[in-house]
Design a protein around this ligand. Structure first.
Ligand SMILES: Cc1cc2nc3c(=O)[nH]c(=O)nc-3n(C[C@H](O)[C@H](O)[C@H](O)COP(=O)(O)OP(=O)(O)OC[C@H]3O[C@@H](n4cnc5c(N)ncnc54)[C@H](O)[C@@H]3O)c2cc1C
Length: 637
């Protein structure tokens, strides 16, 4: 497996500029001759499709929802980072770069992260030009707030609806191209197979989710912007439809999978309230700008929060991490919440909760100021819990939220399959072992608006691509794989619902490969998941037909893929014998319970190669070198 990242030579802050100059260009008159397939129209995919359409390429864009406006990106609440230094508080491109590298526990590529920090400033200008209504200060300038892992305010936001507003901006740009005829939209189409011809990605097989029709789409390059795979855990903050199918099928066709075990557990979600739930709800990290996190100092203290005096509260993040306080990064804050709950000091039903308290902020700033900043989040909390967070502290607990792992890509966002580009949360990304808040939107839009539109031209201009047609045996083979699989799913007619198996998988993943992992637990997971997979293929019950709208069938296909991916995640977590970022192996921790890295053995990206259903995958490494920052023990104290 070729894992040459293709990092340009030269000084860190000149690499991207130099690379853009050195890349080959496609003549404007030739661009329309190239057909690009873009799977996914969330923030990453919509921004890329719109930008490539604007450049003149002929783009076909696919999503499984009825409109790109419904992508999971719409849920993003808190904001998007950019090193604008509008606050004059010491921010810079270099500081954003450093915070992100450190936030990811030194498991991301320096060159990629620096490029991301450079581009961040352009994203804001671009989105403003598209009409995104970012929050403004009284004088009309764009406002900022703080997010975890940073000591500056660099997060741009649109109340608690930043993702929605950004997505509407990208969607408008996309629809302009649809109108101009450069982009053709295929909503309600799910990619179920990648077509690889002579070693290059040349097409996809989709199922029309309304009619069930299976068809191929061919092109000169394929791009996947299909989002993250955290729903493998069943209970997560993701939109219910988010799934791994596109990247998993590409992985099985030869695309290396980078760091599959790097999962982000977000510290501030509404706690699980019973086994009736099918998803969890995030309370944005932005709330930690003003909310203070605490638990009672004494175990088993069941008094109502307002009965517990200040002196008997443990503001444990402020105590343990005085310089970052409540804005400690997510992995650190999640583990700290788990520790106090494991210690018997958790609050709410089952003791799996901590308080996020706005009492002080309301006294200091007034209720109206808090409502203006976070009103929609407070309303959402109240609707779900029936508790008024202006009066009583919110109860929160960590939950699965984001996957840093994904398909491995080089500096040009190309996977190990030539022609297959991966962007947004679907790639193994620039976040290393832990993503800082407000950095996913930044990365997705950097990839979509500013990186891929350049690098894809380089690929197309430097590659000789023969014409392929629908009768090619590889196309026919890919179509029959999809038809056979559909038939197989429909023919089991067992006794268990897809939902019950997915829920069981989620419980296994959370228990064995969740917030804390250890060898024995991971080995158990590796024994139980294949058994559950067998049970699925023997006993799942998918009703209905393939040639109709059939959501049970859609879900069954996605869960079948999760059952394979879950195993790879456990395998990856087992092999990485260190703790870093969100990957916390209990055997490797400091005396204070912090993650203990092993740079000598694990300063690399683990990239997995699929070897067929009956063979173990192979683990490759892309070594990471740090020339501009020192590898230090990460501290937020
Ligand atoms: C509640 C919540 C709040 C968040 N808040 C923030 C925040 O404040 N700041 C921040 O930076 N990040 C935030 N994030 C993370 C961020 O929203 C996501 O990482 C990001 O939006 C992912 O964008 P994407 O374009 O990569 O993927 P998505 O938005 O997930 O889009 C995936 C697209 O792929 C399509 N697709 C998937 N599979 C297929 C297939 N097989 N065939 C066809 N189409 C397919 C889908 O239809 C969709 O169009 C938040 C996440 C959540 C859950």
């Amino acid at each position: 497996m070729n894992l040459n990242a293709g990092i340009p030579s030269g000084p860190l802050d000149k690499k991207w500029e130099k690379h853009r100059f050195e890349m080959k260009l496609v003549n404007p008159a030739n661009k329309r001759k190239f057909k690009i397939l873009m799977v996914g129209t969330g923030l990453a995919g919509a921004s890329a499709a719109a930008s490539m359409g604007e450049l003149g390429y002929n783009v076909s864009a696919f999503c499984f929802q009825d409109s790109p406006r419904r992508a999971h990106s719409i849920a993003a609440q808190g904001g998007i980072n950019a090193a604008k230094n509008y606050q004059n508080d010491g921010d810079s491109v270099h500081r954003l770069f450093y915070d992100t590298i450190k936030g990811g526990d030194f498991r991301a590529r320096e060159a990629n992260v620096h490029r991301l920090a450079e581009i961040s400033v352009k994203i804001i200008d671009h989105c403003v030009a598209l009409g995104v209504p970012f929050a403004r200060e009284y004088g009309g300038l764009l406002a900022n707030r703080s997010f975890g892992g940073a000591q500056v305010s660099r997060t741009f936001y649109a109340r608690g609806q930043t993702g929605q507003q950004l997505l509407l901006g990208a969607y408008s740009a996309l629809m302009r191209q649809v109108d101009a005829g450069t982009v053709t939209l295929h909503p309600r189409h799910e990619m179920l197979e990648l077509i690889v011809i002579e070693g290059r990605a040349r097409g996809i097989v989709t199922r029309d989710l309304v009619t069930g029709k299976i068809e191929s789409h061919l092109g000169d390059a394929v791009c996947l912007a299909t989002g993250g795979y955290g729903n493998v855990m069943f209970l997560a903050t993701y939109a219910k439809g988010s799934n791994a199918t596109a990247i998993w099928r590409a992985h099985k066709k030869g695309a290396g999978f980078g760091n599959p075990c790097f999962t982000q557990i977000h510290p501030t979600c509404i706690p699980v309230s019973g086994d009736h739930q099918s998803k969890l709800t995030l309370m944005s990290e932005s709330l930690r700008n003003d909310g203070r996190i605490w638990v009672p100092k004494t175990k088993g203290d069941t008094r109502a929060p307002n009965q517990i005096p200040d002196a008997e509260r443990d503001y444990y993040l402020e105590r343990k991490y005085p310089s970052f306080g409540n804005l400690a990064p997510r992995d650190v804050a999640s583990r700290a919440a788990k520790q106090v709950c494991d210690d018997g000091r958790g609050v709410g039903p089952g003791g799996l909760g901590v308080y996020l308290d706005f009492g002080d902020a309301i006294r200091r700033l007034g209720e109206d100021a808090i409502r203006e900043k976070y009103g929609n989040l407070f309303d959402m909390y109240e609707r779900i819990t029936d508790e008024n967070p202006y009066r009583v502290p919110m109860r929160i607990y960590p939950a699965t939220h984001y996957t840093m792992g994904g398909l491995w890509v080089d500096y040009n966002l190309m996977s190990t399959i030539p022609g297959l580009h991966v962007l947004g949360e679907a790639n193994f990304s620039d976040h290393g072992a832990n993503r800082l808040g407000a950095s996913a939107l930044m990365q997705g839009l950097a990839d979509g608006y500013f990186v891929l539109p350049y690098t894809i031209g380089n690929y197309l201009a430097s590659t000789k691509l023969e014409k392929v047609d629908g009768d090619h045996p590889d196309v026919r083979r890919a179509e029959s794989v999809v038809s056979e699989r559909t038939k197989r799913l429909l023919s089991v007619r067992g006794k268990r619902t897809v939902l019950s198996i997915h829920r069981e998988l989620g419980q296994l993943m959370w228990e064995h490969c969740g917030m804390a992992r250890n060898r024995a637990g991971l080995e158990q997971g590796l024994a139980k998941i294949p058994a559950l997979r067998q049970e699925f293929w023997k006993n799942v019950n998918v009703l209905g037909d393939g040639l109709e709208l059939n959501q049970a069938l859609e879900q069954a296909g996605r869960v079948a893929d999760f059952l394979e991916l879950g195993e790879l995640m456990c395998r990856d977590a087992l092999e990485r014998e260190e703790s870093c970022g969100g990957h916390f192996r209990e055997e490797y921790q400091t005396e204070d319970g912090e993650a203990l890295r092993n740079d000598e053995k694990f300063c690399h990206v683990a990239v997995w190669e699929h070897r067929g259903e009956d063979s173990a995958p192979i683990r490759h490494q892309e070594l990471l070198s740090f020339e501009n920052v020192h590898l230090t023990a990460r501290s937020y104290k």
